[in-house]
Design a protein around this ligand. Structure first.
Ligand code: AMP
Length: 304
């Protein structure tokens, strides 16, 4: 592979071949992985940009993983927009290359066209991290995180990256994947990056396009509630008093039955807040006409 190369590939054999060629000519190169389900927006692109900054070779994967969808979820209708995705990646790649003329970067876009490309025929294993996958989103999507960890483990094995990039929008997912990496001693450094929002504060998501105009307005309620709760922790110096005030408001907000959940937890463990907590995570899911909108705000108690 030559300097500053970008390629779209569909099979793991091509991926292995191109990566091996690249490493042969760049033996000290680092590899960054950005796993996605495609239909890319600025949130995904921010992760790609980070990986480009920090790695010689970036592998961005586009795979709508059937294992992380429940039986009545939106696997079939999930937006698949490969041509647009490739155009967005290519645009960022050339902007980056033009801005950093002396830096050599390459990108492989790995977009498997069949499930078997990831899950070899007869595949029946499951990576399951345990308790943490059964709270919050796991209560409503009991098999979701097993599907996520299984695909991410497979992608780690196929791509063998040094670094992997994830968005904090899926906060519980970040904690679950970090636990998998620790438990299984995978030796991959994980990097988590902030939520990218639209001008109204709505977290970007491929599922936002399912929302009607009216629902888009309603959707703003979720982030507004998180901010109100967050501000209590920023303004109140006693954690105990803040928890008391926030819990009262949280209960008010939960009168709206469209919340799957709205919780205030220890940001490191996703367990109950306690006097030793150094981070608070406020996490919510609002369900609007069948579309689950996910968002969170995190407060670092040391820098209040
Ligand atoms: P997905 O394609 O939805 O599986 O997301 C792929 C990656 O992009 C995951 O690590 C997500 O957390 C991340 N991501 C999705 N939406 C956003 C967003 N609005 N801001 C930052 N990262 C995001």
């Amino acid at each position: 592979m030559v300097k500053n190369m970008i390629e779209l590939i569909h099979t793991r054999d091509e991926l292995k071949k191109l990566k091996a060629q690249y490493l042969e000519s760049h033996p000290l190169a680092t590899v960054g992985l950005v796993p996605t389900m495609g239909n890319l927006h600025e949130g995904h692109i921010s992760l790609l940009e980070k990986s480009l900054q920090e790695n010689d070779l970036t592998i961005l994967t586009i795979f709508v993983n059937p294992k992380q969808f429940g039986p009545n979820e939106d696997f079939q209708k999930y937006p698949r927009t490969l041509d647009d995705d490739v155009a967005k990646i290519t645009k960022l790649f050339f902007e980056f290359s033009n801005k950093h003329e002396n830096v050599s970067r390459s990108v492989l876009i790995f977009a498997p066209q069949s499930e078997e490309e990831i899950y070899t025929p007869g595949f029946s294993s499951l990576i399951s991290v345990g308790n943490i996958t059964q709270i919050l989103c796991g209560k409503f999507r009991p098999t979701h995180f097993d599907g996520v960890t299984t695909v991410v483990y497979k992608l780690f094995k196929i791509a063998e990256p040094n670094n992997a990039y994830f968005g904090q929008k899926d906060y519980q997912q970040c904690i679950v994947i970090q636990k998998m990496v620790n438990d299984l001693e995978l030796g991959i450094k994980l990097h988590f990056f902030p939520i990218i929002r639209n001008a109204n504060g709505l977290a970007l998501s491929s599922r936002n396009q399912y929302l009607s105009g009216q629902d888009q307005e309603e959707a703003l309620k979720l982030h507004r509630s998180l901010i109100i709760l967050k501000n209590i922790f920023l303004q109140e110096s006693s954690l105990e008093v803040a928890m008391e005030k926030a819990t009262r408001l949280q209960n008010d907000f939960l009168q709206d039955t469209r919340y799957d959940y709205l919780e205030i937890l220890d940001g490191n463990t996703l367990l109950k807040v306690n006097p030793q907590s150094t981070k608070i995570a406020i996490l919510g899911v609002l369900r609007l006409n069948g579309t689950r909108l996910l968002d969170n705000e995190v407060i670092d108690l040391h820098v209040r």
